[in-house]
Design a binder for this molecule. Structure first.
Ligand code: PEP
Ligand code: MN
Length: 323
């Protein structure tokens, strides 16, 4: 569509946005759908999960295996990451694998194991949903629905995830720009669900020595222009467990609101992504190393005057009202 922007008119609609760090080009680009950008009314969205919030100032770590494998593997990991300070357990029950012959996930059995791990540890659950039909099922078991990189532009899946009323963890597509990521976030918001968490997980570039290229500048940019919480995934960004702690530290320093990290009791035996998974000792060491960085970060986060808080029940009413 040929858009013609009247900059003065735009600035009339968004007085003071320059001061928020949202420059004119972003206002112009998102003139038709500015909800993902910061505004005077919406400086920071906070996403409620169980009894805490993401984006409210306290740093949140999500950790767990790439895939749910066995009850024992999941419970041992959940117990461990909780003791080390994680608040959310990750683990895929539906896995997007590049090979159709690779392990595809345990499906419903995996979701049930995740629910039992929540019961045993009190951790919230984030897990991926890959298809529209699975949304009601996954939403029954998970506290946060993960939309994976390969599905970032699956708009009907995004709409279905939004309608579930659950918070959506939206991972940046492998070849998606920051604007593409925000457009996908807008789809969720447009369906009445304000609870989107953006995730930088590395992008494809000419560099092949790592699995992906960690676009740390996108973290800083997203924090500047959007009110949505932003987290980083140093595991998929690097593809190497020995690089994960450094990338995690960089993410904290860049202003991320949290991390999602792969952890496995025995990475060499993991059914997926073992080479980038931390074992328990490495996870403990990373959390310990991050402590002072997180403390600094939390001191720097000025509590925004205009937080956008919506409770889960209010989101359900809003998505129902949208039909
Ligand atoms: C995952 O979290 O295990 C995963 C598959 O992530 P991504 O969609 O970022 O590749
Ligand atoms: Mn993985």
């Amino acid at each position: 569509m040929e858009a013609h922007f009247n900059q003065e008119a735009i600035l009339l609609h968004f007085p003071g946005l320059e001061r928020l760090g949202v420059c004119e080009s972003w206002q112009e680009r998102f003139a038709e759908s500015p909800d993902v950008l910061k505004s005077a009314e919406r400086l920071q969205t906070t996403v409620p999960v169980l009894e805490f919030e993401i984006g409210a100032g306290a740093f949140v770590t999500m950790a767990g295996p790439c895939s749910v494998e066995t009850e024992q593997q999941l419970l041992a990991t959940a117990e461990h990451v909780r003791r080390a300070g994680a608040r959310i357990l990750r683990g895929g029950a539906f896995k997007p694998r590049s090979s159709p012959y690779a392990f595809q996930g345990l499906g419903l059995a995996g979701l049930k194991m995740l629910a039992r791990a929540r019961e045993a540890t009190g951790l919230a659950i984030v897990t991926e949903v890959m298809s529209e039909e699975d949304v009601p099922l996954v939403a029954e078991y998970a506290d946060i629905l993960q939309i994976g990189s390969r599905n970032m532009e699956n708009y009907s899946l995004l709409a279905a995830a939004a309608r579930s009323g659950r918070p959506v963890l939206l991972k940046r597509g492998l070849v998606a720009t920051v604007a593409d990521l925000l457009c996908s976030a807008q789809v969720v918001l447009a369906h009445g669900n304000p609870h989107v968490i953006l995730c930088e997980r590395g992008i494809r570039t000419f560099e092949t020595s790592m699995r992906n290229t960690f676009d740390v500048a996108s973290l800083a940019l997203l924090k500047q222009i959007s009110h949505l919480p932003v987290i980083a995934d140093p595991s998929h960004a690097s593809g190497h467990s020995d690089l994960v702690p450094a990338l995690a530290r960089i993410a904290v320093a860049a202003g991320a609101d949290g991390l999602i990290v792969e952890v496995h009791p025995c990475p060499s035996e993991a059914w997926s992504d073992g080479e980038q998974s931390l074992d328990f000792a490495a996870f403990d060491a990373m959390m310990h190393m991050l402590d002072p960085w997180i403390a600094l970060h939390e001191m720097e986060v000025t509590q925004p005057a205009a937080k956008y808080n919506r409770r889960h029940e209010e989101v359900l009413q809003a998505v129902e009202a949208m039909g």
